[in-house]
Ligand binder design. Structure first.
Ligand SMILES: Nc1ncnc2c1ncn2[C@@H]1O[C@H](COP(=O)(O)OP(=O)(O)O)[C@@H](O)[C@H]1O
Ligand SMILES: [Mg+2]
Length: 356
């Protein structure tokens, strides 16, 4: 059975057989995307920056994965790696990003980032919404023209049909007067409406996976809630998988099935959402959860933030990179070796010496 994997030339028979078995497993388990030990780095005069430093996760069809962690922990670069839009001085240096696409398994990490294959996947199978809608839109064209262009790039429909579809998707994301607003320029819309237009563009080809990178950080709280609600509705309607990147644990608890916590490029904890909130294991995860104000907690409640800040990625602490900030730091252990990934429960893993 052909898997169309871009096989490395020197793959031995045993390796090829292992890969074949693993691909079958992915299909059997309905896994849409499987990231395996991904490393993405930036190269500059200051040195090598390990932005994504060995991240693994699976996401099934229709599943919502939340990715949380403080700013600078590699969430965006991880997402950019999937779509192969990492800036040019950055590179995927190791690992796999297996996507089940048209009944074949493609390793996105192996594709030419300028090639036809990734272009075919971008926008149609996997699409992305950003914090700032202006990243998605050009100022020079109406939102309708830009949505129509995406539709026509991936689907064989004429201009009239594409326009009808653009209006329809704008209506579905709650754009008022979609027949008129389809001809609006991005700058003529309010922030919330631009956000909706961007979501419409991202959904216009019914992707199997939508990556939302801090989709609501730039809009105010009321609109934030509406947009999250909208994304959840559309996700269910289309049975689309989603990766929701946020530093907001409240968003995770409302939206997600699974959670991956990232710290300095590593996946320090990965668990089903309910389990993570009930039974967090990593001291960093506990810190993030403690910094969320509890509903009904009143004004006087204390928000315990994690002490210190994320260290410079050029000056990574030895051992577990969280150890200088960790309340459970064990000298002679945590500062000496990197904790392995440990399974602490069903689908629950953590990288921490406390559980070794
Ligand atoms: N274009 C870039 N060039 C160089 N370094 C980058 C670039 N984008 C991100 N980084 C670095 O990669 C690391 C991860 O960044 P990022 O993925 O943006 O974090 P997050 O999204 O979690 O806030 C950070 O140290 C950041 O400074
Ligand atoms: Mg980011």
């Amino acid at each position: 059975m052909a898997t169309h994997l871009p096989r490395k030339k020197n793959l031995s028979d045993t390796q090829a057989a292992a890969r074949h078995g693993r691909d079958q497993e992915m299909k059997d388990d309905n896994v849409l995307l499987s990231m395996r030990n991904l490393h993405t780095q930036f190269f500059s005069r200051e040195g090598i920056l390990r932005a994504v430093d060995g991240v693994s996760f699976d996401i099934k069809r229709g599943e919502i994965l939340g990715v949380a962690g403080e700013s600078g922990c590699g969430k965006s670069v991880m997402a950019q790696s999937i779509l192969r839009i990492v800036p040019t001085h950055g590179r995927i240096v190791d690992g796999e990003i297996l996507l089940q696409h048209d009944d074949e398994i493609v390793d996105l990490a192996q594709l030419d980032w300028r090639g036809d294959k990734i272009r075919e996947i971008r926008g149609a199978t996997v699409s992305m919404v950003f914090q700032e809608p202006m990243t998605s839109f050009s100022m020079a064209y109406t939102i309708g023209n830009q949505i129509i262009e995406v539709i026509r790039l991936h689907q064989k429909v004429d201009e009239t049909e594409a326009r009808a579809r653009a209006i329809d998707i704008l209506r579905r994301v709650g754009m008022p007067q979609p027949e008129q607003n389809v001809d609006a320029y991005p700058f003529a819309l309010s922030g919330g409406m631009r956000q909706r237009a961007m979501i419409a563009m991202a959904l216009s080809c019914h992707p199997l996976l939508l990556i939302a990178d801090e989709p609501t950080t730039a809009v105010d709280v009321t609109i934030q809630a509406q947009i999250l609600e909208l994304m959840k509705d559309l996700q269910q309607e289309m049975n689309m998988a989603m990766i929701v990147i946020t530093h907001d644990m409240a968003v995770i608890s409302e939206l997600c099935d699974r959670v991956m916590i990232m710290y300095l490029g590593k996946d320090v904890e990965n668990a089903p959402a309910g389990e993570l909130f009930r039974n967090p294991k990593h001291p960093y995860t506990k810190g993030l959860l403690n910094s969320v104000p509890q509903l009904g907690g009143g004004k006087s409640q204390e928000i315990v933030a994690i002490t210190g800040t994320v260290p410079s990625p050029y000056d990574r602490p030895t051992g577990c990179s969280f150890h200088p900030r960790c309340p459970d730091f064990m000298p002679g252990v945590c500062d000496l070796s990197e904790p392995p990934q440990i399974t602490v429960g069903p689908n629950h893993s953590v990288r921490c010496h406390l559980y070794v």
